[in-house]
Design a protein around this ligand. Sequence first.
Ligand code: SF4
Ligand code: SF4
Length: 427
Amino acid sequence: MNNEIRTHHPDGQGELMAHAVDACVHCGFCLPACPTYALLGEEMDSPRGRIVLMKEVLEGALPLFEATPYLDRCLGCVGCVTACPSGVPYGELITSFRGWSEPQRQRPLLQKVTRAAVLTLLPRPGLFRAGASVGRFAKPLSPLLPQALRAPLDLLPRTLEPAQPLPALTPAEGVRRGRVALLSGCAQQVLTPNFNSATVRVLSRNGRDVVVPPTQGCCGAAAMHTGARPLALQQARRNLNVFEETQVDAVVSNAAGCGAGLKEYPMLLAGEGEADENRARALAAQVQDISEYLGKLLEQGELEPFLPTSRPLKVAYHDACHLAHAQGIRSAPRALLRAIPGVTVLEVPQGDLCCGSAGTYNLEQPDLAGQLGDLKARNVMATGAEYVVSGNVGCHTQLQSHLTRLGSPIRVLHTVELLDMAYRGQL
Ligand code: SF4
Ligand code: SF4
């Protein structure tokens, strides 16, 4: 699509946005893959419509406020990127656009306060745990509160698991075959602390020294995808400094959104100078999702074998958008699950559709997020599985919340938790 974005925005971010708009040929193949188009049936709530809106705003032909309702409803799930035959990097476009437009937006006071609270609490597990502990007691008051306050309360679990602090170095079991660093994430340290513990145990069992740098911080994905670019840059630079010093073979992430966030550092730092751009590319090249890392070991015949289950087990696999669409990782987690003797892996109907969690989406667009969560939970229940596994804390929380509401006994786990249980003979 011809555009004049480069004339109006002659910088690194402008170039990224112009390139994405250039690549779109308006074919519409992405429309069926878009959850908001599926729910609302409105062209401006589709990827193609949003690309046109962003182009017009960037060229000064449309006021920002006219486009924002449609752009705010975008989940950033990048299902459209998988579906697009022309390779339009929609994720780069919407992320860069949000970073560019946020400083110009006039948001209502309550929304400003909620956003600031989320971006302050999320990266600080200690504060987040304290806030979540207090919030659980306010859950009964939820129906009386404005929606902006109700949504975060509704998402909080009724009980919080105790913290599981990790050592800075866990040595390899047996012969040492490598050394990796773990990105420990933020929300998951509070909501699902066993994700990290299971990851460390599985990596160690496979002969890896596991380094968990205590000075690492939030990956910056939440800030990046909500338009808080200065904060995202600050968080990215901190992690660049920390992980560059670890001297590891790979930086492993077990949160699809965070892993994708680290892999997006080259986009985030585009235009920030050659030195930073090179550092961002070098770190991104080291980042691997836990299923990607273990999947390679499996392929190479180097993965420690799992113990068989005590009875046949049906496991549904849910593709996290930031694993399947943003990182293109689909087969590795399925192959790992199938490598457990006794496990049958089941596909979830409409599996490509986002579950509605999408970072902070279920806080900002609770109605749409609720519809998508309900649909996903019903599709998971239709598989007849005993467990549903995925590779992201957001999906986990969303699935757990909607399956519980629907009275389903299906247990929700991270892929690596199931692998860990198989190693420990707990299945
Ligand atoms: S499929 Fe790709 S090229 Fe076609 S309309 Fe969608 S984004 Fe544009
Ligand atoms: S990122 Fe997801 S919600 Fe946004 S336009 Fe693409 S498919 Fe639709």
